[in-house]
Design a protein around this ligand. Structure first.
Ligand SMILES: [Zn+2]
Length: 90
């Protein structure tokens, strides 16, 4: 089940959200420093202490570029998004 996070907007595309799902362990809530992928644009955000998303720093972007777990989830998001667009024309 998605967990509630503060009402906010993706720092990349402005998509509004107030829920987060952990794809590895459904029972976990996000904590500071966790990485999330915007369902709308697929960009990675980092949770702050008050559970708002911020853009990764340049150093974090370099780390993400070689983070196999992140890259796997990004690929899964891409496949999900393509399926959504094919089925719903978005
Ligand atoms: Zn976004």
């Amino acid at each position: 089940m998605p967990k509630l996070v503060p009402d906010q907007f993706c720092p990349f595309c402005g998509h509004h959200f107030n829920r987060a799902s952990n794809v590895v362990d459904d029972g976990l809530i996000p904590t500071e420093g966790d990485i999330s992928i915007c369902l709308e644009c697929g960009e990675p955000g980092i949770y702050t202490a008050d559970l708002h998303m911020r853009k990764p720093t340049p150093a974090e972007q370099i780390e993400l570029a070689t983070d196999e777990e992140y890259l796997m989830h990004r690929d899964l998001w891409r496949a999900w998004k393509q399926k959504q667009e094919a089925e719903h024309g978005r």
